[in-house]
Design a protein around this ligand. Structure first.
Ligand code: NAG
Ligand code: NAG
Ligand code: NAG
Length: 981
């Protein structure tokens, strides 16, 4: 919002500043016929006008909408810009061909066709409008190579070719290209040049052409993939506005910037700048807007910044700045907006802050500040409406008797030092709309006065405290908050039943409390945009609240870990549903599954740990959006119906612990995206299908244990390069262990997080949102790498090649008919925590290398024919239970009682190797708090808005359901991007 404000300002003041010829429409002139005809041809070439050009009839074209003429009846101005927000633009814009007929308007001085859906390329004839002073093609969807003929426009003062993120796909496909910028140097009158979002590229020389334009006032090159040369002489020293955001400059601030002393507006955000913030910026006396956010600036904030007496907006957030806030901060009297979040700043906050009588927004979050913020810090700060102290150690010491306080609309103090009591001064804040005091060690109940302020609150996050007592009644009159509130009360100690369901909610999370009783009904009128309902981990009981299924806006419904009973609701196929996530696990639900078959929007369906009965309905194959299905632990019977093979988006299939029978249906080979396939603990018969290895190449987790499978292990399984967990245990499998198992590369290395993959990122945000969903989306990341073939009739020897699987953490080959030796190099499996070879016919000595398995905490070699001395040393020393070796009559030495003849005992001291990787994936992503946030911000920063990422990024934003802090972050990031103006 702030940015668009600035843009509008620039726009209006443009005419004053540049003395652009004043164009007055004279109502008394008669339009020139040939120009009128050109306009009509232009209109007729459009495919959609959305009724915008309805006045374009009759002969008086000078009075048509968007058209202005000079005294002689020549069209001099054409303004066809579509106005409005990005979301609404597609309902209003002009689409279709940009007709060449316009080239007849030889007298044009002003042409604005921005924000439209033209399908043509940028026409060359634009270069023939000799009189043109103003040209705005931003977001016009005109593509192709930007014609060099534009260089003929020697009177041009204003040129805007900004790329906008437009709603049509084609806007991306034919993004304009700037292959050469030399023509820019002949635009000798140019004052304003905006190429934001244009992919200029590192190899095009933009600087020298632009450097010829000594009277340039505005230069915006944000997100245009340029490089910044270090040059000797800068010509455009009158520049007021410089925007270089979202380019990878990746150096210190270039020296030539120091000559731009007339700057009022400087945006260097998201540019990978490093080093210190240069002192000379403190000499830019006219500067009112300074954005250095999301860079790598370090050391302290220079004191000289406090000399910038005209500064209104200062953003230094997401850098590595350290030390205290300058004590003279109070000198920047015009300051309205100060953002310092996510740095390494420390110390107390100077009371000079209290002098900033214009301050409206203050963000200190994510720093190491400590000490107390008292009323003195806000002595004159009466206009403050936004205060973020999250993730600092600041204590806000304000009494509830504070007279004449600021009136905050937003107060964020998550993970901050609010100790024990609910902050009572909040009752002075009657305008509060956003409040986050989550994770702040509050052990209290909600005070009575809270209901007075809570009715205004749009976003409320009290999660992760120890707030007890009854849940407040979130009641508002239904005309308020039409966009829906966010209520996040999870992980507290709220108890009792809910009297009513809060109204006008979009996002509600009451999970992990002590709530009980029935869930009160809600309906569309009370909650027209309810999207997200999470009531898991409480003690709710009674029939499953089927009314939620019938709220058409609902996307996420999580009622898991409660005491709900009854049947699923009968879903009507004609219902307009948005349900994506249906998570009902760990309740007492019964009946058949057939009732969900019509809700084709479901992406995640978790019905595990309930009492569902009957067969898997064939119609489940209609839910083609399913990505995850979990029916673990129910009483589902019969064969797996073949239509399940239609669910081609499925990545996770859990059917564990039911009474399914028959063959594993061959239609499942179509599920080529499967990562997790869990069919364990059922009654499946037949052999292990060959297509599992041939077709399901993404499988990482395959569990077929405890079925009635027969036959050999197919060598095709060795093709599963991603496999990290394989269990065939407890079947009737015969034959040998295929030596090619040694090639299962997923078990050889830890799978690293594969860098910043956007789609993974989406999943991980989901994971971050709700720890539990981690189970659904990122199983792979924290899986134990494991191979279990136990309790079968497998014969032959343990192939030496298995010792290649150096990533293995668990190996279980027990209860088979294996003979031969334990491979000598078993010590290569350095990650092994659990090794079970018991109840086979293994013979020979226990290899000495076993002592190098420093992580081994479970070992069973019992009931084989092993002999000789038990190796001694390292971790084996701690596994001193004789039962480990029981039933091997030939073994001797401790811990078995039989002692060895002579000196058979050998010590082998292998140094404890601490070089084990953390299982990085999981902790990297789930490592919540500032680390995550910074990583996430960094990720946004590194997009640089190159096209490929941009598309994917928007997909991501669209898919992730709004979550308080995630959306905050995104807003923050979006606000920063001038691409979004
Ligand atoms: C407009 O034209 C009419 C005659 O065509 C004339 O009487 C009138 O004064 C003109 N008005 C202006 C503002 O030029
Ligand atoms: C500075 O601009 C002038 C024209 O305004 C030009 O002649 C001169 O070459 C420019 N200097 C550089 C270093 O580009
Ligand atoms: C900056 O200005 C100084 C003094 O006017 C001049 O000597 C220097 O060459 C200029 N530097 C650049 C990079 O233009």
């Amino acid at each position: 919002m702030k940015t668009s404000f600035l843009v509008i300002c620039t726009f209006f003041s443009f005419f004053q500043r540049f003395g652009l010829s004043i164009i007055t429409s004279s109502s008394n002139v008669t339009c020139i016929k040939s120009e009128r005809q050109s306009l009509l041809v232009f209109k007729n070439a459009l495919t959609r006008t959305n009724n915008r050009l309805s006045t374009w009839t009759g002969i008086e074209c000078c009075e048509w909408h968007g058209v202005e003429c000079d005294r002689n009846g020549h069209v001099v101005k054409l303004d066809l810009r579509t106005r409005g927000s990005l979301e609404t633009i597609k309902f209003k814009w002009l689409t279709g061909e940009f007709s060449p007929s316009l080239q007849n308007l030889k007298h044009l001085r002003y042409l604005d066709v921005s924000m439209n859906g033209f399908t043509s390329n940028i026409p060359k004839f634009l270069g023939s409008f000799e009189r043109l002073e103003y040209l705005n093609l931003s977001g016009s969807s005109l593509g192709g190579v930007v014609p060099h003929h534009l260089g003929n426009l020697s009177r041009l003062q204003y040129l805007d070719l900004t790329i906008q993120i437009l709603p049509l796909e084609h806007a991306f496909d034919k993004e304009p290209i700037l292959d050469d910028m030399r023509w820019v140097s002949s635009l000798t009158s140019l004052r304003h040049l905006d190429l934001t979002g244009m992919n200029i590229g590192e190899h095009v020389d933009w600087f020298n052409p632009v450097n010829m334009l000594s009277s340039l006032l505005t230069l915006n090159l944000g997100a245009s993939n340029i490089n910044i040369p270090s040059i000797k002489y800068v010509n455009f020293t009158s520049l007021n506005t410089l925007g270089l955001s979202s380019n990878s400059i990746n150096s210190n601030v270039p020296m030539w910037l120091s000559n731009l002393t007339a700057l009022t507006h400087l945006d260097l955000s998201f540019t990978d700048l490093r080093g210190q913030i240069p002192d000379y910026i403190g000499t830019f006396n006219a500067l009112s807007f300074l954005d250095l956010s999301v860079n790598h600036f370090e050391n302290s904030i220079p004191d000289v910044l406090c000399n910038l007496s005209n500064l209104v907006h200062l953003d230094l957030s997401v850098n590595k700045l350290s030390g205290p806030i300058p004590s003279m901060l109070g000198l920047i009297l015009k300051l309205e907006d100060l953002s310092l979040q996510f740095n390494k700043l420390s110390g107390n906050i100077s009371t000079s802050l209290g002098q900033l009588s214009n301050l409206k927004q203050l963000d200190l979050s994510g720093n190491s500040f400590a000490g107390v913020l008292s009323e003195a810090h806000f002595a004159k700060v009466k206009k403050l409406n936004y205060l973020d102290l999250s993730r600092t150690s600041l204590v806000l010491n304000i009494t509830s008797q504070w007279t004449d306080p600021f009136q905050l609309q937003t107060f964020y103090a998550s993970s901050c030092n609010v100790v024990q009591r609910f902050p009572y001064w909040l009752q002075t804040q009657t305008k509060l709309q956003r409040l986050d005091i989550s994770n702040s060690s509050i052990i209290d109940t909600i005070p009575d006065w809270f209901e007075n302020i809570s009715s205004n609150i749009l976003e409320l996050d009290l999660s992760k405290n120890q707030i007890g007592g009854k849940m407040p009644r979130f009641h508002v009159d239904s005309s308020k908050h039409i966009n829906g509130r966010i209520l996040n009360m999870n992980s507290n100690k709220f108890e009792g039943s809910l009297a009513t369901f809060p109204s006008n909610v979009r996002w509600l999370d009451f999970s992990n409390n002590l709530l009980s009783g029935h869930v009160p009904p809600t309906n569309k009128t009370m909650n027209p945009i309810l999207e997200y309902v999470v009531l898991s981990e409480n003690r709710f009981s009674g029939n499953i609240p089927i009314h939620f299924f019938k709220v058409p806006s609902i996307r996420v419904l999580d009622l898991s870990y409660n005491l709900f009973s009854g049947h699923l609701p009968q879903m009507d196929g004609t219902m307009n549903s948005s349900l994506n996530y249906v998570i009902l696990s760990r309740n007492d639900l019964a009946g058949s599954l057939v009732r969900l078959c019509n809700v084709s929007t479901i992406r995640v369906l978790d019905l595990s740990h309930n009492k569902f009965v009957g067969r898997i309905p064939r119609c489940l194959g209609n839910l083609i959006n399913l990505e995850i299905i979990d029916l673990t632990n129910n009483t589902i019977t019969g064969v797996v119906p073949s239509p399940l093979g239609h669910l081609y988006r499925l990545t996770t299939l859990h059917l564990h612990n039911n009474t399914l029978e028959g063959d594993i249906p061959s239609s499942l080979q179509n599920l080529t995206r499967l990562v997790t396939m869990d069919l364990g603990n059922n009654l499946f018969t037949g052999t292990i299908p060959l297509w599992i290895g041939e077709k399901l190449s993404k499988l990482s987790f395959l569990n077929l244990q405890s079925n009635k499978l027969t036959g050999n292990i197919p060598v095709q399984l060795c093709q599963l390069n991603a496999l990290q967990y394989l269990s065939l245990a407890n079947n009737n499998i015969t034959g040998k262990i295929p030596p090619c198992f040694g090639n299962l590369s997923g078990m050889i290395t830890h799978q690293d997080d594969s860098g910043y993959d956007v789609y993974n990122y989406e999943e991980n945000i989901l994971a971050f949102v709700k720890g539990k969903q981690l189970l659904y989306t990122t199983t792979i990341m924290f899986l134990t790498i494991s191979l279990d073939l136990s309790s079968n009739n497998i014969v032959g020897e343990i192939p030496d090649a298995l010792m290649n699987l150096v990533g293995l953490m668990s190996l279980n080959l027990s209860r088979n008919l294996l003979k031969g030796y334990i491979p000598m190099n078993i010590g290569d499996l350095t990650q092994l925590e659990s090794l079970d070879l018991s109840m086979n016919k293994l013979s020979g000595r226990i290899p000495q290398s076993l002592t190098s398995l420093t992580f081994l905490s479970f070992l069973n070699l019992s009931f084989n024919n092993l002999s000789g001395a038990i190796p001694v040393g390292n971790q084996l020393q701690t596994l001193d239970d004789a039962s480990v070796y029981e039933g091997n009559d030939g073994l001797c030495g401790p811990p078995v009682s039989k002692s060895c003849k002579g000196n058979e005992t050998t010590y082998n001291d292998v140094d404890g190797d601490d070089g084990r990787d953390e299982t990085k994936g999981f902790w990297f992503y789930a490592g919540m708090g500032p680390g995550f946030v910074v990583a996430f911000m960094g990720f946004l920063g590194s997009l640089h808005f190159i096209k490929r990422w941009r598309v994917a990024y928007f997909k991501m934003v669209d898919n992730v359901y709004t979550w308080l802090s995630v959306s905050m972050l995104l807003n923050l990031a979006l606000q920063r991007r001038n691409v979004f103006k």
